[in-house]
Design a protein around this ligand. Structure first.
Ligand code: COA
Ligand code: ZN
Length: 305
C-alpha cells in the first residue's frame, strides 16, 4: 500500500548515455550511443541525459556529442539534456541545437577544482551566466550539485552548504535542481534529513536526486528521497556509471531497479520493464561490462514464465 505522502508519478531521467558511458574503457561510436538511446526511448523513458559537451581530451567517450545531437530526432519521444561543465560547454551545446543543458556546480572546493578546474564560486558564477543566456536562447537549464552528500577529497559535506546553494537557485526560479551523490557516500538517514529540510523550505517539486551505488545504498536512498516528496530521479541503465574525476565512485543506481521498485509500490513511471530489460542487455553488449542492475535476473524470469 503506497504511503500517502508518496508521489504516484515519478520522472526517471536516464543518465546512462552520459554518466554510464563516460568512464567505460570501451569508447562507443556515435551510432552505438544512438542505438542505446533508441532502446531507452522504446522502453518509454521520457528524459535522457544524452551526452556531454566537455573536453574530448578529458573525457574521450563523450567526443562527438554534437554529431550525436544532430542524429537525435527533436520530435522524438524523449527530451534530451546535455551535461556542461563551463561556458564553453554551453556555447557548444547551444550551437549544436541543444534544448536543455545540465550545468554542474559543487558542494566542495576540491571536487570543483578537480572536475572543472575552477573553484566552487566560479562554477556557480558560470552557472548564473549560463542561466541568463539560456533564458534568452530559450534553453532549459538543469543545475546539478555534485558531491552534495560527500566528497572523495574533503569527506563529509556540511548540509548547510547544499542548503545555501539550493536557496540561491530555487529562489531565483531555477526549474530543476538535482542533488548528486557523485561517489555514492550517502545513507538513507542523511538523504531523508536533507531532502525533508529542502522540501520543507522550498517544496519538493523543484528537486531531483542522483545516486551512485558504491555502498549498496542507492535504492534505499531513492526510497528516502521519495518519502520526502521527490519525484525526479537520475538513474542509469544496467547501473553503468561513475565519474572519472571522483576516485572510488561506482555505477549509478540501475534504472531497472528503480523502475521495478516504483511500479511494485504502485507508482507510475510510464516505463515498460520488459523493454527496459532489452535496453539493459544492449548496454551490456555494447560496453562489455556486467550491469549492476540487481533486479535483472528476477525480471527475466518473470518475463519468461
Ligand atoms: N568542451 C570542449 N572542450 C573544452 C571545454 C568544453 N566544455 N572546456 C574546455 N575545453 C577545452 C579547451 O578548448 C582546451 O582545448 P585545447 O587544449 O585543445 O586548447 C582544453 O579543454 C583546456 O581548456 P581550458 O580553458 O584550459 O579548460 P579548463 O582547464 O578551464 O577546463 C575542463 C577544462 C575541466 C572543462 C575539461 O577538462 C573538461 O571538460 N573536463 C570534463 C569534466 C567532466 O566531464 N566530468 C565528468 C562529469 S561531471
Ligand atoms: Zn553521476
Amino acid at each position: 500500500m503506497p504511503d500517502p505522502v508518496m508521489p504516484d508519478r515519478v520522472t526517471i531521467n536516464e543518465v546512462g548515455p552520459r554518466d554510464g558511458l563516460q568512464s567505460q574503457s570501451r569508447i562507443l561510436p556515435v551510432a552505438e550511443r544512438l542505438q542505446l538511446i533508441r532502446a531507452l526511448e522504446a522502453a518509454g523513458i521520457s528524459r535522457i541525459e544524452a551526452g556531454s559537451f566537455v573536453s574530448p581530451k578529458a573525457v574521450p567517450a563523450m567526443a562527438n556529442t554534437d554529431l550525436l545531437l544532430e542524429s537525435l530526432d527533436r520530435q522524438g519521444p524523449a527530451n534530451y539534456s546535455f551535461l556542461i561543465p563551463n561556458m564553453k560547454g554551453y556555447e557548444l551545446a547551444r550551437d549544436a541545437g541543444a534544448e536543455s543543458v545540465t550545468m554542474v556546480v559543487y558542494a566542495s572546493e576540491t571536487m570543483a577544482r578537480r572536475n572543472a578546474r575552477m573553484g566552487m564560486e566560479d562554477a556557480e558564477r558560470a552557472a548564473w551566466k549560463i542561466i541568463d543566456l539560456a533564458r534568452a536562447d530559450g534553453i532549459e537549464v538543469i543545475v546539478i550539485v555534485a558531491v552534495s552528500f560527500g566528497c572523495p577529497f574533503e569527506g563529509a559535506v556540511d548540509s548547510a552548504i547544499v542548503n545555501n546553494i539550493a536557496a540561491r537557485f530555487v529562489e531565483a526560479g531555477i526549474h530543476r535542481l538535482v542533488l548528486a551523490d557523485t561517489i555514492g557516500a550517502a545513507d538513507p538517514a542523511q538523504v531523508g534529513a536533507l531532502l525533508a529540510s529542502l522540501a520543507g523550505d522550498h517544496g519538493p517539486g523543484v528537486f531531483g536526486c542522483h545516486f551512485h551505488d558504491t555502498r549498496a545504498m542507492a535504492l534505499a536512498n531513492v526510497y528516502a528521497a521519495l518519502q520526502a516528496g521527490i519525484r525526479w530521479f537520475d538513474s542509469s541503465i544496467g547501473g553503468l556509471g561513475g565519474c572519472p574525476f571522483a576516485p572510488g565512485a561506482s555505477g549509478n543506481v540501475a534504472t531497472e531497479d528503480v523502475v521495478v521498485m516504483l511500479q511494485q509500490m504502485g507508482m507510475k513511471t510510464g516505463i515498460d520493464a520488459a523493454r527496459l530489460l532489452e535496453a539493459s542487455d544492449l548496454a551490456t553488449e555494447l560496453t562489455g561490462t556486467a550491469p549492476g542492475g540487481r533486479v535483472r535476473n528476477w525480471l527475466r524470469g518473470q518475463l519468461n514464465s
